[in-house]
Design a protein around this ligand. Structure first.
Ligand SMILES: Nc1nc2c(ncn2[C@@H]2O[C@H](COP(=O)(O)OP(=O)(O)OP(=O)(O)O)[C@@H](O)[C@H]2O)c(=O)[nH]1
Ligand SMILES: [Mg+2]
Length: 438
């Protein structure tokens, strides 16, 4: 199950501007409810598709930002959170509605927030047959109404715009062309293991703990297997019994170690010897002792976060240094982006907290799961955030989280970094060595 790096396109605007009409035009089906009733869209409506000139995309239809009432406030909060996670913000403006109301607060909010968050803003003027006649009474022209709306754009020269009647499905191609022109530069997906050569073998160490679902491997394991095969890299898969490996009995643990070294030795016969061992982070204590020093070693979690973070792990490498300054009075947040029920030896809720507790007795450890993540204000109370590999969240979502953390000035690291840190500075620098992160 490979993860697809999708271009995320969000549709924003005031209520009744025609946002859902645009959603349906882009998806060529009744994805969102369209109605003359203001406030029809409440939650974010998300649709994934493949558009010929754009590749894989996720399109988000959002609620109008100007609905009064408490419910309207909740809708606005969700829509603005979505704005933080898009690559392109399509702002739908009905110039007639805007001109007649003489209010541009919503458009101003979207434009300034997009500029602040570094989002590409593209304006779609919805020239509707059902509202433009209202302009007649004012004596103004559609061009004048549009010019009025442009006055709130922070970067008028570089903001691209389209004028179309969004209810005309035949205009699909021109709207798609417009979206393609809005696509920001430099969105090239990062290879999973960019430093590998195609000939020498890689050993993947997968301990399959009690939480591993029967019938499939975890996403990072499947993704790396697919990547390695595609790259023509010979792959060896190995499962150690961690309970035996860590047992107090040296007889049992040595027997387990010998079996592993025998397998590794066989792979070493391949061209150039084993170029890398990738392990589940939770087994780094065992692997860092068993894998001979000359063979590079890293973890799936580090591999994943490198890709999700767009190939730049410097923030996580900097953040792990905060572990050196933790005390019993510290407060740590463990953020896990995937939703699964947590049993016995869960890394996020059991393993990392108990290692922290052992070193810093009384330390406070909180958790956030799935799509939940604290706001900048809530983050301020933390001394460190330890994030999972992020294989279930998009690059855009991670980057929005990083923005919140930067706002709160809280260091961020990840499971692979943290579990390696517990094993000491040499192990930490060893797992980072293949990535050339210090
Ligand atoms: N003729 C015409 N009608 C349109 C056009 N765009 C929207 N409408 C109508 O305007 C009304 C609101 O359209 P929606 O697409 O639901 O607007 P919205 O921005 O999603 O509205 P909310 O979800 O309520 O915020 C519906 O009755 C649509 O049929 C258009 O381009 N032409
Ligand atoms: Mg709508």
């Amino acid at each position: 199950m490979a993860r697809v790096d999708r271009l995320v396109i969000g549709i924003f605007g005031r209520i009744n501007a025609g946002k859902s009409t645009l959603m349906n035009l882009l998806t060529q089906q009744e994805t969102s409810l369209v109605d003359s009733q203001p406030g029809t869209t409440a939650d974010i409506k998300s649709s994934v598709m493949e558009i010929h000139s754009l590749g894989p995309v996720r399109i988000l239809d959002t609620a109008g930002l100007d609905e009064a009432s408490d419910l309207g406030g909740k809708k606005r909060k969700k829509a603005l959170a979505a704005l933080e996670e898009v690559d392109i913000a399509l702002m739908v403006v009905d110039p007639v509605q805007a001109f007649i109301s003489m209010q541009l607060e919503v458009e101003e909010l979207i434009s300034s927030m997009a500029a602040r968050k570094g989002k590409r803003l593209a304006v779609v003027f919805n020239i509707r047959s059902d509202t433009w006649s209202l302009l007649l009474n004012t004596g103004a022209t559609v061009s004048e109404a549009k010019e009025f709306c442009r006055s709130v754009l922070p970067d008028r020269k570089n903001t691209i715009e389209l004028s179309a009647d969004l209810s005309v499905r035949e205009d699909y191609l021109s709207v798609v062309k417009f979206v393609a022109e809005s696509k920001p530069e430099g969105l090239i997906p990062v290879p999973l293991l960019p430093f590998l050569n195609p000939r020498s073998p890689v050993l993947m160490h997968i301990p399959l703990d009690a939480e591993s679902p029967t019938g499939r491997l975890l996403r990072p394991q499947e993704m790396s297997m697919e990547y390695l095969l595609r790259m023509m890299v010979p792959v060896g898969l190995y499962r150690t019994d961690l309970a035996l490996a860590r047992s107090g009995s040296s007889l049992l643990s040595n027997r387990e170690k010998d079996k592993f070294l025998k397998f590794l030795g066989a792979l070493e016969q391949g061209s150039g010897g084993v170029q890398l061992v990738i392990t589940d982070s939770q087994a780094i204590d065992v692997m860092s002792r068993w894998v001979p020093e000359q063979i590079p070693l890293t973890t799936f979690s580090i591999m994943m976060i490198n890709q999700t973070a767009g190939g730049d792990m410097s923030l996580f490498a900097e953040g792990v240094k905060a572990m050196d300054t933790l005390t019993s009075a510290s407060r740590v947040l463990i953020a896990e982006a995937c939703n699964h029920d947590r049993i016995a030896e869960d890394i996020g809720t059991v393993q990392i907290p108990s290692k922290l507790e052992k070193l810093f007795s009384g330390i406070t450890v909180d958790h956030s799961f799935g799509r939940e993540f604290p706001t900048s204000d809530e983050l301020e109370e933390y001394d460190l955030v330890i994030h999972c590999g992020g294989c279930m969240i998009s690059r855009q979502k991670l980057s929005a989280r990083i923005d919140h953390l930067a706002g709160a000035v809280v260091p961020l690291t990840n499971y692979g970094f943290a579990l390696s840190w517990f094993e000491g500075p040499q192990v930490l620098s060893r797992v980072l060595e293949p990535w050339k992160v210090k």
